[in-house]
Design a protein around this ligand. Sequence first.
Ligand code: SF4
Ligand code: SF4
Length: 562
Amino acid sequence: MAKLTIDERVLDVDPQLTVIQAAAANGIEIPHFCWHPKLSVAGNCRMCLVEVEKMPKLAIACATQVAEGMVVRTKSDRVIKARNAVMEFLLINHPLDCPICDEAGECKLQDYAYKYSIGYSRFDEDKVHKPKRVELGPRVLLDVERCIMCSRCVRFADEVARQPVLTFTQRGTHVVLTTFPETQLDNRYSMNVVEICPVGALTSRDFRFKSRVWEMSSTDTICAGCSRGCNMNMWVRNNEILRLTPRHNEDVNSYWMCDDGRLKTFPWVNSPRRLSGPLVRKDGQLLETGWDEAIAKAATDLRLFRKGEVAAIGSPFATNEDNYAFQKVMRENLGVKFLDFVEHIVDGDEDDLLIRADKTPNARGARAVGVRPASPSEGLPAILKGISGGSIKALYVLEDNIASDPKIREVLTNLDLLIVHAHERNETTEMADVVFSASTYAEKHGTFVNFQGRVQRIRAAIATLEQDRALDGFAMSRWDKFASQNDKWGKGPRRDARPSWRIVTALGAALGAKAKFQTSEDVFREITERVPEFKGLTFMSVGIRGHMLAARQAAAKPVSVT
Ligand code: SF4
Ligand code: SF4
């Protein structure tokens, strides 16, 4: 270790670190634009200049390695003067766009202008004008005037996405970021450049001009697009999801997310096609009904079948709590032996950065909490065979459109009873006798287990009718209470959907079960008591970074992301 002094604080740090890394690790902020912890050092913005004793000139903290006995000052008069000069230089040609810029409110240049600039401009010439709306690729737009030439996006494309298509042309104040001829920024991680751009030069075609950042709430949750389970923030205004952005977790996704995860995992949550409540089939038609009526009908219909005639399909899209409560009711109250789920693997569609071939967020967890056959003769192939042969007459399906596969759809036509949990009408609900309107991953609390065996929390970012009713005494988790009290959900439409664990708990009660889970945390507590891999965990201990399942801890390796 090296002994280093920064602003009169004596620190013991790894001698391999640079001054900016050592400062960041010890909670000391050194302002910077071009430096990013996961990119190579460019040293071009000069914002991180610091004074190092015995060095005649100011040094850039991002490229200065620490040394034994080094004394660094980040707030001396010389440093402040240099920072003022850098800010003045950067602002000479920067447009006064803040009132219409998507980045306002989360812009480093705006923040540093308040903190580190002199507060007025000595420059009264015309600013250099450059193109304002350049399509760098299908998902990212560039406002060249706002670019401060930090080169973060260039280095991201070269070093992380490994698609080196960005470069600078021209000289001096006329420098322009652009793509090489005949190329465009269209890799599967292209939208990460929008977050790492320290200003509003790069914007997402999907999100731009939709909302000011301070009008949205942000919830720490997990992407449901594949079994990586990237940590992310879900941004909501008036109960509608507007964007997803990555949340740093070095063990899972570092600072990144893929474009599919950002764009494809939320429009269906906002969709007007969502179910507006439970449905039951009468005279061949699916008709809306109340929750009590739907649960009573499902319980009555299921009682008509003998043990062995009912099978159950859990869901790798649903939480551990949903799957656990589901398999418990199926096994303990209906004597179901045939229990499995359908995998959603897209062979070959994965890479060595984040994207996984398993396009579900919780296959590992569904299996761990008991959605698996006791023997291969009771798994999915046996279920389909049993339905085709007539020995299985009733099927209960949790949050999975299994009939989107034409072969399975054909098999399901042999059933006498089909009960389904779904978010919107689909091929499976169209065949069902009872449909329960299930909350999506954005509307409930719970846990997923990613492909590494890491338990991670999802949190409700938008409210359903049930969560609103909770204010009138319906059981409410402390997490929801907090959100309600802080008016986090805001106004906007509420869907009449419930988490699957709550629906099957009510069904279990109608079938005579004793379990009366009030919150998802109650279900998780029982999982930790009954499933050894989860032993000792709580929602609190899983926290915002997740926790490896007990059996997996020894094998866990951090993700290898540049
Ligand atoms: S577009 Fe943004 S990230 Fe790229 S060089 Fe310009 S300021 Fe930096
Ligand atoms: S890699 Fe998977 S988990 Fe991560 S953002 Fe993409 S789809 Fe979501």
